[in-house]
Design a protein around this ligand. Structure first.
Ligand code: GDP
Ligand code: IMO
Ligand code: MG
Length: 436
């Protein structure tokens, strides 16, 4: 039975939540493998609008097991809030499980995220301030607290005592702020553990047993390729490895268990937070249209997203690293308002054409990196009710064909609206082979 990975190919917010919800219909499991509550995955179904931060985007389907995997970092308070919110609107969350190996985001992680950003000043990353970087730092530094540390409260007590003593030194001596109270954190987190304990599992065996039983599994990525800690636009990235390569380490399976790699990209580009964005639209009028029509505001922080043209050089790089064999293009409907649509087809540095996506994109202005474009005439037609590819306006099909030719990849699915059913299946044979 195929196991499919769904991954973002740009700087996040490509519509992974909508696509995962849609494609998980016939699945048995949806498993998150990295990131934390820095994610915001929006799902619209009729009059309901859900924003998921930690819970996998299969949760709207009542029978799917949703696992927050070992590679995820978990703020228990945020998770409980999300569970309660879903329950309050009638979504059954009984199939949401949490890996015992997952690391826990603690109050000092939030503070340190904020303090480091303040320290960096105009070089700050523009993080979501959810403590994600500091949580992963502690994991790699081997002083993290894992969910399983709550199983024996003496262990939790000892670990928290030691790490908080260290963190309070940093908080008071380096950042000159007040220390955090051990007692308050200890008592608060024991309460969270009590609420979450029925959901805690050994996800490694659960997932391996699911493979043995030939269950259908979707591995859901958070953030996206260009925010990847290794291959993204470092240092303006998130702190996890977001690519398909990290599914195996994030959930504890071998690479040969994975079959299909579904990449999600917007028909244009957005970025929230700081960092290079070579195809960013400087014309505020056009950026304003995209932001307004596409509702480009962060699902987690509500910050206005920076808007730009589709960047095919970076998209090709993302498809290459992630081994994409099924490409999904979202938000094509948003471009319908524009008379002229540009597509970035490469970069130049000081006028010299680059062959590949550069590893050192740290400062676009200093390096004088510019994008080159191909222009398309818009289609001036509402496409959000179209479900058959042949019915798309000719100019719209020209745009899609150009993307496919540049990437040398067939598009699997095109999303033309926020609703679950607003899609065009472009490559029907591949789609039904993977998802039926
Ligand atoms: P994610 O983080 O990748 O799951 O994406 P977000 O949910 O943060 O942001 C994507 C936004 O675009 C959400 O508000 C979605 O409802 C919306 N969206 C997804 N697909 C489409 C589409 O095809 N058309 C339009 N207009 N909106 C879409
Ligand atoms: P989803 O899953 C868009 C960005 C932040 C910042 C950088 C580092 O919804 O696509 P962090 O808090 O992770 O340390 O911030 O990464 N970022 C996202 N941008 N969508 C996301 O998630 C993001 N998660 C983090 O804005 O630039
Ligand atoms: Mg998002």
């Amino acid at each position: 039975m195929p196991s499919n990975v769904i991954v973002g190919l740009q700087w996040g917010d490509e519509g992974k939540g909508k696509i995962t919800d849609l494609l998980s219909e016939n699945s048995d499991y949806v498993v998150r493998y990295q990131g934390g509550n820095n994610s915001g995955h929006s799902i619209h179904i009729k009059n309901h609008h859900f924003i998921l931060h930690l819970i996998p985007s299969g949760v709207i389907h009542p029978l799917i097991k949703c696992i927050i995997g070992p590679g995820v970092v978990v703020d228990p308070k945020s998770l409980i809030k999300e569970l309660n919110k879903l329950e309050s609107i009638g979504i059954n969350t009984s199939q949401v499980f949490l890996a015992k190996r997952a690391h826990v985001t603690m109050p000092y992680h939030y503070l340190l995220d904020q303090y480091i950003e303040e320290y960096l000043g105009d070089k700050s990353i523009g993080t979501t301030r959810r403590g994600i970087g500091p949580t992963y730092e502690d994991k790699i530094g081997r002083i993290g607290i894992r969910i399983l540390d709550f199983f024996n409260l003496k262990t939790f007590y000892k670990k928290l005592k030691q790490v908080l003593h260290y963190k309070n030194q940093i908080i008071t001596k380096i950042y000159k702020r007040d220390p955090l109270s051990f007692k308050l954190i200890y008592e608060e987190y024991i309460e969270y553990y009590k609420v979450l304990s029925p959901r805690i599992i050994d996800s490694v065996y659960e997932i391996h047993n699911a493979f043995k039983k030939r269950k259908k599994i979707i591995f859901e990525g958070a953030q996206a390729m260009l925010l990847d800690i290794n291959y993204g636009t470092y240092p303006y990235v998130t702190t996890s490895s977001t690519s398909t390569g990290s599914v195996c380490s994030g959930v504890g399976i071998p690479p040969n268990y994975l079959n299909n790699f579904i990449g999600v990209a917007k028909a244009y580009c957005t970025r929230v937070g700081h960092g290079p964005f070579p195809t960013e639209i400087q014309d505020t009028k056009i950026a304003h249209v995209l932001r307004k029509v596409g509702y480009e505001y962060g699902s987690t922080t509500n910050r206005a997203r920076r808007c730009g043209w589709l960047d095919l050089l970076s998209l090709k790089y993302s498809c290459m690293i992630n081994g994409i064999n099924g490409l999904v293009i979202t938000k094509l409907d948003v471009l319908s308002e524009l008379d002229i649509i540009k597509v970035g087809v490469g970069y130049t540095i000081n006028g010299k054409k680059l062959k590949n996506f550069p590893a050192d994109l740290e400062n676009v202005e200093e390096q004088n990196i510019e994008s080159t474009y191909v222009e398309f005439t818009g289609w001036n037609h509402n496409i959000s009710d179209i479900s058959d590819y042949d019915n798309l306006p000719t100019n719209c099909k020209k745009y899609i064909n150009f993307i496919e030719q540049y990437l040398n990849l067939n598009i699997l699915l095109i999303s033309v609206g926020t609703e679950r059913n607003q899609n065009i299946i472009k490559n029907k044979s591949l789609f039904f082979k993977i998802f039926s």
